[in-house]
Design a protein around this ligand. Structure first.
Ligand SMILES: [Zn+2]
Length: 215
């Protein structure tokens, strides 16, 4: 089944195919970039999103959350030069990754549309940008991706964490898709598409950390 009225919110391709339907929502997959996305009319409203994010209590000093973030922080810290400038995009209410990177001597700005909405940080340029457990919330990920490409210096790193789609059968039993604020689901193929299109190198770490570098 395809829907000629739908456009991929990442690459704007207009031939998405039906991917999955559960009790609450319908999911489509882009033929070009492989993004799986929620039917646009079933995305949460901003006030619903904010109420749910307020329940996410990521403590800056929570050891387990820091261990989770280390899957991205460790390879990123091994690659960036000392005293680099970074932007943690979508930092949420407890910017733990920003704290980890600041402790290692880097200069970190934070941005979050709900919790750190000062857009002046989006006028600077950065040696690296991080976005952990946020890209799956983006309704129009093309918008944030283009922002990152504008803000990232040559040779700059883009470090992401998000659960990756593996197959339709994995998706069908995946708890990750049940969060009503999760609307965009990436896979290795999606990042391979973006890296190839925009001239980035690409590495994966574990099941959910992605590191890209601008060539
Ligand atoms: Zn697409």
């Amino acid at each position: 089944m395809s829907n000629s009225n739908l456009v991929c919110p990442l690459c704007q391709c207009s031939t998405p195919r039906h991917y999955h339907t559960d009790e609450r929502r319908q999911f489509w997959q882009c033929e070009t970039c492989s993004l799986v996305f929620v039917e646009p009319s079933q995305r949460p409203l901003p006030e619903q999103e904010k109420a749910l994010y307020d329940c996410h209590q990521n403590d800056v000093f929570d050891i387990r959350y820091r261990q989770f973030l280390s899957r991205l922080a460790t390879p990123l810290l091994a690659r960036v030069k000392p005293n680099s400038s970074g932007l943690d995009f979508g930092c949420g209410p407890g910017p733990a990754l920003a704290a980890i990177l600041t402790e290692r001597g880097h200069h970190i700005s934070v941005y979050d549309p709900f919790f750190a909405p000062c857009t002046i940080v989006l006028q600077d340029h950065y040696d690296f940008i991080t976005c952990t457990e946020a890209i799956e919330h983006f309704h129009q990920p093309e918008k944030e991706w283009n922002t990152w490409m504008t803000l990232l210096k040559p040779q700059g790193y883009l470090g992401l964490m998000t659960g990756l789609v593996q197959s339709p059968s994995q998706f069908a039993r995946w708890h990750y898709k049940l969060d009503p604020t999760h609307v965009s689901f990436f896979s290795r193929e999606t990042f391979e598409f973006l890296a190839h299109r925009d001239g980035l190198t690409l590495e994966f770490f574990g099941s959910d950390a992605i590191l890209l570098q601008r060539k």
